[in-house]
Design a protein around this ligand. Structure first.
Ligand SMILES: Cc1cc2nc3c(=O)[nH]c(=O)nc-3n(C[C@H](O)[C@H](O)[C@H](O)COP(=O)(O)OP(=O)(O)OC[C@H]3O[C@@H](n4cnc5c(N)ncnc54)[C@H](O)[C@@H]3O)c2cc1C
Length: 178
């Protein structure tokens, strides 16, 4: 299975979530040091892209991981990333056994998710709206709608579920993830 990877800016910007000892410089920082002169003075880079990369570089330079436990927001972002990516890469038509396993997965997930309020509400939500596991598309849509119900509860904007494959599997049609 091939995963897309956004590579339009600094290749190792993903390194900012790596595991480093407190105070240790991340590879993102070291890459930034090497790339900064190139980004600033390379004649072939357009201004907007150079500016964007400069901002990412500064961001990377500020990243010194302290390896702290995650909070509710960070846990949520990582978990949604995992869930949407998992469903995005399922076979188009999961077998009946796979469908059962997917339903079980979400039932168990809703019980063990380590945020009491989130877990309780998600259990109730799943009871009202059981996972639609017949096809990949249906499950992606179901998950998107479940995520939107959490977004609404938290006062965040709803996501357009017709764009879920672009966001989590194919990359945006404008090529910004290529
Ligand atoms: C199952 C679950 C239940 C949660 N319940 C709670 C709760 O009760 N209270 C609480 O405070 N926090 C809860 N959270 C965490 C919360 O949903 C967010 O993850 C957290 O607040 C960080 O939000 P964010 O704005 O960074 O983006 P997130 O909501 O984490 O989204 C990450 C990215 O997903 C994309 N996205 C957004 N909406 C959708 C969608 N509908 N479909 C597809 N992609 C989308 C966007 O690109 C976004 O940047 C829950 C998380 C999970 C996984």
């Amino acid at each position: 299975m091939e995963y897309r990877r956004c590579s339009s800016c600094i290749p190792e910007s993903g390194a900012l979530t790596g595991y480093y000892q407190p105070g240790q410089l991340s590879p993102g920082f070291l890459a930034s040091l090497l790339l900064l002169p190139l980004l600033l003075f390379h004649p072939g880079l357009g201004l907007a892209k150079a500016e964007l990369c400069f901002l990412v570089t500064i961001w990377n330079m500020l990243q010194v991981s302290h390896e702290c436990p995650v909070d509710k927001e960070e846990l949520g972002r990582s978990t949604w990333t995992f869930l949407h990516t998992m469903t995005a890469y399922l076979p188009e038509k999961p077998s009946p056994q796979e469908q059962d396993k997917l339903s079980n997965f979400f039932q168990i997930f809703s019980r063990v998710y380590p945020c009491a309020e989130c877990s309780q509400d998600f259990q109730k939500d799943i009871e009202k709206h059981p996972p639609q596991t017949k096809t990949r598309k249906q499950l992606c849509k179901w998950l998107c709608e479940a995520h939107n119900r959490v977004n609404v509860k938290l006062g965040k904007p709803k996501f357009d579920c017709s764009l879920v494959d672009e966001r989590w599997r194919d990359g945006w049609k404008d090529g910004s993830c290529d």
